[in-house]
Design a protein around this ligand. Structure first.
Ligand SMILES: CCCCCCCCCCCCC/C=C/[C@@H](O)[C@H](COP(=O)(O)O)NC(=O)CCCCC
Ligand SMILES: Nc1ncnc2c1ncn2[C@@H]1O[C@H](COP(=O)(O)OP(=O)(O)O)[C@@H](O)[C@H]1O
Ligand SMILES: [Ca+2]
Length: 560
């Protein structure tokens, strides 16, 4: 359809007269006073128009309002401050217009609908929706049917809804059943439910491409279907990090307008167990122990993590391990550069350019950007070993309501790297300081027992018994941690009596909320392997444009 689609006329909202203009990209209406002077203008990008209906229509709650054949209603995205969160809340804006004639009304509705189709190519028409009825506070079904379904209906999206009856049903469905005709898959639940969709879609895409997922050297194919997340879980970290708020209506609106946010994914290879993927937290030690403990207390709902977190903090455990990593290019970015990955991030855009299809590529649709596992890359591995309070790897900042800036505040959603956070054995007060800084803007990496590295791959293994004894002697190979280690040993044996008679010598891996069955792993980050219906966190500046110029803002912002 024509990019220069244009319509202009007088319209009424209530008893006020407006000059309305639809240009290719924007729908504006400007109040005109009795002396024909322009007053306030409201401008909505066509890409953010949710739907156009004949008559005066109200939804959420749905109401029939008296209207004439000259009326039409436009629904669009309206931004509001989210109070405590970093992102912006999106709400359904609605304006009811009256035209001088029915013919003009029909022209407006036709033009607006055409503009929508033309300017939002990724808007979904058909969605496959999985609801976990037991996630979070068990409100998934209610959230979907009362807040999300009416919006999908308004936007003309047809959805096939499956309420899951068992764990992994959504993953298995995506791996085995026909999904032809769907534009995207939506999960209503938490990070565990998102993880099911992630595994199902990545697995299916590789099967269809004839690729072996387990091969650590293979360049995986990006998934063609978008993923939408309606938050209804306990941590909702993926939603918070990619949208900036935990709010079903905001997420539904991002899905409707077909926003597209690429996301890095970490593949976790384990010798004797199936391949896993992670996007938010791959954590050994503290976060692994919290997860293992919290599974015993699922009945507590989201509070199980606070309870288990307190218990595991008191236990003050540390574990021996060998960590190896391949550093990412330090020229591109650093985990301590105090920047934040925001909507339209320029660091992530650089890798997008490298991933776009190239005419000279044969066989693979995407240019391989990862020669990591070729024989000559062995020399790139850096090794550290000793006793750790926790070892965490995250592909993104992993922010959540508990930690609004996240595990690694300057990590990027789609730059093809992950951040490896090493917390060496330390005393309980030191570790509390580290944890507490996750709740403020203080730098959690500016502590002598903490290291952070931007990486492309990580290996973890357990040391042999002799090496382990060595760590006990010197408190790990990290000089700064040594002094604290002696104090720690006394504290450890005392506090661990709270939950167990003897502290275990090995922890488990928490892989986005799933316990891995083995300890030795090899991880590799795959740049932009999946796409979400999101756009990254919009900063507060977008709010100034709320009514005047409801437009996108995009840049990398500096942390203050
Ligand atoms: C003194 C106060 C200290 C508070 C420190 C808080 C630090 C929190 C960082 C949380 C990062 C969360 C990363 C996301 C993990 C999820 O994938 C996982 C599964 O979520 P779900 O499926 O919704 O249940 N959640 C967890 O592993 C819980 C971690 C809780 C840590 C307190
Ligand atoms: N019907 C079901 N019964 C039991 N478990 C389920 C069901 N549907 C999904 N699950 C599993 O529940 C786990 C937790 O789901 P999630 O939606 O992430 O909630 P939460 O955030 O509270 O952990 C996921 O690992 C998922 O595989
Ligand atoms: Ca990343």
């Amino acid at each position: 359809m024509e990019a220069d689609l244009r319509l202009e006329s007088s319209l009424f909202v209530g008893n006020k007269r407006y000059r309305a203009v639809l240009t290719g990209w924007h729908f504006n209406w400007t109040e005109v006073d009795k002396k024909n002077r322009d007053r306030k203008t409201i401008s909505v990008p066509v890409a953010e128009v949710v739907g156009v209906e004949e008559g005066r229509v109200e939804i959420l709650p749905k109401k029939s309002v008296e209207s004439t054949e000259k009326d039409f209603t436009v629904f669009y995205v309206k931004r509001c401050s989210s109070g405590g969160s970093y992102g912006l809340l999106w709400r359904l804006g609605r304006t009811q217009f009256s035209c001088p004639s029915r013919v003009l009304r029909d022209q407006w509705t036709k033009y607006l609908r055409t503009a929508l189709k033309t300017h939002s190519p990724l808007r979904p028409l058909r969605l496959l929706v999985f609801i976990n009825p037991f996630g979070g506070k068990k409100r998934g079904r209610k959230i979907y049917h009362s807040l999300v379904a009416p919006l999908f209906e308004l936007a003309g999206i047809s959805s096939h809804v499956i309420v899951t009856e068992r764990a992994n049903q959504a993953r298995d469905h995506l791996l085995k059943k026909d999904v032809t005709g769907f534009d995207g898959v939506v999960c209503v639940g938490g990070d565990g439910m998102f993880s099911e969709i992630l595994h199902g879609l990545i697995g299916r895409t590789q099967q269809e491409a004839g690729l072996c997922e387990n091969d650590t050297a293979v360049t995986l194919q990006p998934c063609p279907l978008h993923i939408g997340i309606i938050p209804a879980g306990s941590t909702d970290c993926v939603c918070y990090t990619t949208v900036g708020v935990i709010d079903p209506v905001t997420s539904a609106l991002h899905i409707i307008i077909g926003d597209s946010q690429p996301l890095d994914v970490c593949s976790v290879h384990q010798d004797s167990a199936p391949l896993r993927y992670s996007v938010s937290l791959l954590g050994y030690g503290f976060y692994g122990d919290i997860l293992a403990e919290s599974e015993k207390h699922r009945w507590m709902g989201p509070l199980r993590y606070d309870y288990s977190g307190t218990l595991m903090y008191l236990c003050n455990r540390s574990y021996a391990g060998i960590v190896q990593y391949v550093p990412a290019d330090p020229v591109l970015s650093s985990p301590r550069d105090r920047t934040r990955c925001l909507s339209g991030c320029s660091v992530c855009s650089r890798i997008t350019e490298r991933l776009i299809p190239h005419p000279s590529d044969s066989g693979s649709m995407y240019r391989s950007h990862n020669s990591l596992f070729s024989s000559d890359s062995e020399g790139e591995w850096v090794t550290v070993e000793g006793r750790f309070r926790c070892v965490s790897l995250t592909c993104m900042s992993s922010s959540c309501p508990r930690s609004p800036l996240g595990l690694s505040p300057s990590a990027h959603l789609a730059d093809g790297t992950g951040d490896l956070i090493l917390v060496w054995e330390t005393n309980p007060l030191g570790f509390l300081k580290f944890l507490y800084r996750h709740t403020s803007t203080q730098d959690q990496f500016d502590l002598p027992f903490v290291e952070v590295h931007r990486v492309k791959a990580v290996r973890f293994s357990l040391p042999c018994a002799k090496k382990k004894e060595g760590y006990e002697e010197i408190g790990g190979l990290n000089g700064a941690g040594r002094e604290m280690a002696n104090e720690q040993k006394t504290a450890n044996s005392f506090l661990c009596g709270v939950c167990c008679s003897k502290a275990p010598t090995e922890s488990v891996w928490n892989c986005d909320g799933e316990i891995l069955p083995v300890t030795a792993i090899l991880c590799r980050i795959h740049g932009q392997l999946v796409r979400l219906y999101a756009r990254g966190i919009e900063d507060g500046a977008a709010l100034h444009n709320c009514s005047e110029e409801n437009d996108r803002t995009s840049h990398v912002d500096r942390l203050t």
